[in-house]
Design a binder for this molecule. Sequence first.
Ligand SMILES: [Zn+2]
Length: 317
Amino acid sequence: MSDHIHVGVDIGGTAIKVGICNGNGDLLQTYEGPTEADQGTERVLDNIAKYARHIVEESAASWDRVAGIGIGIAGFVDFDRGFIHSSANLPLLRNVPLKDHLEAALSKKVRVNNDANVAALGEAWGGAGRGVSSVVCYTLGTGVGGGIVVNGRLIEGATGMAGEVGHMSIVPDLEAIQCGCGKMGCLETVSSATGIIRMAKDAVDRGDRTSLSVLEQLTAKDVIDAAKNGDEVAQRIVSRAAHYLGKSMALVSVIVNPKRFIIGGGVSKAGEFLFSQIREAFQKCALERAQDGVDIVAAELGNNAGVVGAAGLTLQD
Ligand SMILES: [Zn+2]
């Protein structure tokens, strides 16, 4: 095995997390420092370089062993140029040539991708998809993110939109509502934490009899817990979220035919209660041969998926 180490950087709104992986996708070390986004773009770029150098120093490895630095960030990124058009978490970071800047500062190859793709690559390389040739990942959080990895390669598509599973228009027109992206009936409108909360609020506003009506600040976890405790209204909401997830996987299965679906993000903490319903919907909708031997499993890396996947970007070419 090569002696190289791979540095991954996960840029968040408040913290920048860096990690070192070996060539097998094992996470050896992590370090976290403040993003300091309010101090401007220059400061953020300096911090990324500083933390990357710091973690390598701390590991006692020489800088020569660094194969490259990969970066994951939420937002619109031109992957080839490593150029950040805009980032939802970091509004000040607009039109930044991140790759060019950091390659000059660190004298290493730098690769940049979006957070959903990076998380998928992390799970595929060093998490629940280890050793599996083709995986599709779903991240169920505020939105529904996704990524596709086939034979170790992240599928980006012509304009970088491949794997945007959350924006599959899947809810029938009569029941569809508008998604944050502007389109109608996206998976994200029913299967994200935001979607689950919205459906619960709608039910409460309609006057449906549910234990959720006494709660003030509804969370997706409240809805899932109520469903587990037998609240029928909450159960219908979770079933709906699971149904469209399973159905969307059936659609993905006739396009990509992955061996494994990996589900992460806050909502996935609902566990088997949710997963069994997703599998049921998948089996009902997917073509027999396309679901043969396919499994739907939980992500393993949690918040480290970002740094592992970012490190893995350095092996993409
Ligand atoms: Zn959408």
